[in-house]
Design a protein around this ligand. Structure first.
Ligand code: AMP
Length: 303
């Protein structure tokens, strides 16, 4: 089991889906990722929050064993994101992004954090992702990155630079098409692979995920759920399950990568069963194992 460092956003999210609404609930790319990955390994979180951030949210993370010594309180308000989903839950529509303290976020890693063997650069400004990578004392064994349309559109050059430096990219399907400028998802994944990462994971919401790993394709379905309430965080928990599993296994062979895909899909399937991190806070290791086992049946060809 190897330590996993994550740098990303910690947010207060206002989210509306056809099944309900939450106001200023706990969210953020690094929050979902670290909470989820803590089921698999020791996670250390680097992010910034404002003075208005509720202490109960921090307790939630520390109760799961997440190291929050790199979570800095800055003068000002916490980052806020507001979004909505229609009946097609696969596509989030951003209504509002208030960067607040996030606008001046300059992550500084201490000596110990600079030596973390696994690194996840969650969805933040690609210039910051590059900066964090540059602070590492030695090249981590695995560097993974996530991004979104906001940065693909606004910070393309910086994003391409950091993509050239990482091993794994996780990205959703619409964003993969946007980044590659290519409507065919398979061609888009291949095009992103040529940008640098040896592994490209394209998340496809209710249709599961596709991985290109050193040229070979693998697909995993989404767990068939009848009640999906809020897809927010599904992408980050997929990444948390995927990278968390890899950090626990400390292996990167093809079979481990495939099992990591299943763990990503399993963790995302729990997240969407409730708003914010609510379902994850009620989750047990036994439930995770049971759902991983269910995946075997889901895709088995022979009786
Ligand atoms: P996802 O897993 O893709 O659904 O990501 C959801 C999370 O991304 C939400 O909890 C938001 O707080 C966060 N988020 C939204 N926009 C941004 C942004 N521009 N930078 C960083 N995080 C964001």
């Amino acid at each position: 089991m190897a330590d996993l460092l994550v740098v990303g956003s910690v947010a207060l999210d206002t989210v509306q889906t056809p099944f309900g609404k939450v106001q200023e609930a706990l969210g953020g790319s690094a929050t979902y990722f670290s909470y989820c990955a803590s089921f698999f390994t020791q996670v250390r979180l680097v992010a910034t929050i404002g003075e208005d951030f509720p202490g109960s949210h921090i307790k939630l993370l520390t109760d799961r064993g997440v190291d929050v010594s790199g979570l800095k309180t800055s003068h000002g308000r916490t980052f806020r994101w507001a979004g909505e989903y229609g009946y097609d839950l696969n596509e989030a529509r951003t209504l509002d992004t208030q960067l607040n303290v996030f606008a001046d976020f300059k992550p500084v890693l201490d000596e110990r954090l600079r030596r973390m063997p696994y690194l996840f650069l969650a969805n933040i400004d690609p210039d910051l992702q590059l900066d964090v990578l540059g602070q590492m004392a030695e090249r981590p064994r695995l560097v993974a990155l996530d991004t979104m349309n906001f940065w693909i559109q606004g910070k393309r050059e910086a994003l391409l630079r950091v993509l050239g430096e990482v091993d794994v990219v996780t990205i959703n399907d619409a964003e993969a098409r946007q980044l590659a400028g290519e409507p065919n998802l398979i061609k888009a994944a291949r095009a992103i692979e040529r940008m640098g990462p040896s592994t490209v994971v394209v998340k496809r919401g209710e249709y599961g995920a596709v991985m290109v790993n050193n040229g070979a394709f693998f697909v995993v379905p989404a767990y068939p759920l009848e009640s999906v309430y809020d897809p927010t965080g599904a992408g980050d928990t997929f990444a948390g399950g995927f990278v968390g599993y890899l950090a626990r296994a400390e292996k990167l062979d093809r079979a481990t990568m495939r099992r990591a895909m299943v763990h990503g899909s399993v963790m995302a399937s729990f997240t969407v069963e409730d708003f914010s991190l609510n379902r994850l806070t009620r989750l047990s290791a036994q439930e995770i194992e049971a759902r991983v086992a269910a995946f075997h049946d889901l895709v088995r060809l022979e009786a």
